[in-house]
Design a protein around this ligand. Structure first.
Ligand SMILES: [Zn+2]
Ligand SMILES: [Zn+2]
Length: 336
């Protein structure tokens, strides 16, 4: 994709439209999502204080891309289960209780093997080696902690890799549900009772994004931290409490550790949307400022903004599974 490319709607996006209204969800795209994330991470790594980490994220995203191509068919909810979830107004693939198919662990092991083959720093190599040797029980326990926001006993070094495999698996799940239930009307995923969490898996968003293409142009979507689905939330509303009276936007000052580059800076494209009613914030990235923004990578690359907002006492609403914090002094990771 070139700098000037404007994304066109996929058939899924078009299908998600209802009578010309703003589509409620924007689905992840199997062939583009992680490939573009990898490119974005590499792009932002240049001259960045977190260069090595962003390159690691680029390598992980490349592996996630491979996983989305590899994943076999996995069990998905049947029509009755989807209808029950819709009637109850809950997500049908809940992160905390969905019975994960063992394919996710095989995916993780493939990812680890792929990263080891590329070569890694000594610290990363030790983590990869430990993961390659880890038992199924250990991996399932770590996944449970991660998905339930339990920091006690969570291996923080391995967490980004386990999270990345879970992200790929859940993204695959969402796409599988749509493939298997393509004929289902209404569509398998719809609004749930809680507009602040993902309608597919009930996870928190990582950040929100204002989009450019066609019917979604100028609209704001929350990007799911786990399954990569984006769901609509009207602009200038708090993603935590829904309030719209005391919303403000904070950006990084120039030269706060962010390199300028042609066509804009991370600073221009990323803001913190803060709410004085509930004292939370969520980052918002703008495609109009930079067509290649990625909610996950741009969130990681703008951690200086989290530190700035944290100084005002605000709590983070979103979660980025690739960078969790083990103590409360760091930005609140807002586990479910
Ligand atoms: Zn989700
Ligand atoms: Zn609020």
């Amino acid at each position: 994709m070139t700098e000037a490319t404007i994304r066109v709607m996929t058939p899924e996006e078009i299908a998600a439209r209802a009578g010309g209204e703003t589509p409620f969800v924007v689905w992840p795209r199997r062939e583009e999502l992680f490939a573009e994330r990898s490119v974005r991470a590499r792009q932002l790594a240049a001259g960045h204080p977190m260069r090595d980490f962003l390159i690691f994220v680029a390598d992980i995203a490349q592996q996630q891309h491979e996983l989305l191509r590899w994943f076999p068919s996995v069990p998905v909810p049947d029509k009755a289960a989807l209808a029950r979830a819709a009637a109850d107004g809950v997500a049908p693939l809940p992160a905390t209780t969905w019975q994960r198919d063992p394919a996710w662990r095989e995916g993780l092991r493939r990812m680890v093997a792929g990263l080891r083959a590329r070569g890694a720093t000594p610290t990363a190599a030790a983590t990869l080696e430990a993961l390659a040797a880890a038992s199924d029980e250990h991996l399932e326990l770590q996944a449970d902690r991660l998905l339930n926001g339990v920091m006690t006993g969570l291996d923080l070094a391995a967490a980004p890799l386990i999270a990345a495999a879970l992200q790929a698996y859940w993204t695959h799940l969402v796409l599988e549900v749509q493939r298997v239930h393509a004929e289902l009307r209404p569509a398998p995923f719809g609004r749930t009772r809680d507009a602040t969490t993902c309608p597919c898996c009930a996870s928190l968003p990582t950040a929100s994004i204002t989009r450019l293409s066609a019917e979604t142009s100028g609209q704001r979507y929350l990007h799911c931290a786990l399954c990569s689905t984006q769901w609509h939330l009207v602009r200038i509303h708090c993603a935590h409490c829904g309030g719209n009276q005391r919303i403000a936007y904070q950006t990084l000052e120039p030269h706060a550790g962010v390199e300028s580059r042609p066509g804009g800076t991370v600073r221009d494209a990323v803001q913190a949307e803060t709410c004085d009613d509930c004292n939370h914030y969520l980052k918002i990235v703008h495609m109009a400022k930079d067509t290649q923004v990625d909610p996950v990578v741009d969130d990681l690359a703008s951690i200086a903004l989290d530190l700035l907002v944290a100084e005002t006492g605000k709590q983070r609403h979103g979660v980025n599974l690739l960078l969790l914090f083990g103590d409360s002094a760091a930005p609140d990771t807002g586990g479910p």
